[in-house]
Design a protein around this ligand. Sequence first.
Ligand code: HEM
Length: 287
Amino acid sequence: GGAFEPKVFKPEFKDYQAVYNEIAKLLQEHDEYDDGSYGPVLVRLAWHASGTYDKESGTGGSNGATMRFAPESQHGANAGLINARNFLEPVKAKFPWISYSDLWILGGVCSIQEMMGPKIPYRPGRADRDMSSCTPDGRLPDASQGPRHVRDIFYRMGFNDQEIVALAGAHALGRCHTQNSGFEGPWTFSPTVLTNDYYKLLLGSKWQWRKWDGPKQYEDKETKTLMMLPADMAFIEDKEFKKTVEKYAADNDLFFKDFSAVIVKLFELGVPYTDKSETFVFKNLDE
Ligand code: HEM
């Protein structure tokens, strides 16, 4: 190039790994949150950034990070995700070259791997957009509904029944908060470790309606400490969904393999990749 050509920083694998390491380090340091980890809420941010995708119009998806702006930040489904966005602000300040859209997805990838989940291959290439690209309310699933609604929402993104069930296994992580969704409690006994426990509990526990003032949710009869949403119950109410629940309950390796594949698909919905886009597989902090 000529002498006066501006030097453009082209991040490589090592640069993205440095961002990964920074997020992983902050996850360890900030163990004051919830069950000791920001991991679950970071996974939820990456999912809600991606899950607005509409395959017909090509709108929504993780490309844009439009949840930074109202009205999308104010959508009921996104309540509480400010905690995840704020957690990532110091990372953005330290690595200003990464887009918010790529950073939020990297936050999800890092959290899944650091919570002992499978490797999640990552492709950067998302560009931030302005508030004119905010999606309309109502694109994310409504937890009080059943199989029909769950299918409508995920078919709109382009997923099939097996993929929907694989994605739902993420509810092994984290919990519901009355101040966010109105629902309350965790799905599993180890909400900061990814396992196939969600499926095992769906099939293996007795579920009854919780008697309380809050929205209709299930509790496990034995300990009354775990919960299922009406939309979670869809996966055993529906015969087709239930077949896949049984496969994942019996085989954690199969769940990990399918979960990794389907979450990569979710995170890449609507992202305008080129032939030159590279895929990275990050080392965990302890590797
Ligand atoms: C949390 C609904 C699918 C990941 C939640 C909460 C609700 C919910 C109501 C509680 C939010 C709160 O009160 O803080 C649903 C419904 C789904 C669905 C109705 C589809 C039928 C998914 C998918 C993923 C996911 C596909 C990821 C792949 C999570 C995680 C949390 C969560 C990790 C815990 C967040 C935390 O601990 O702060 N979900 N979800 N969910 N969801 Fe889902």
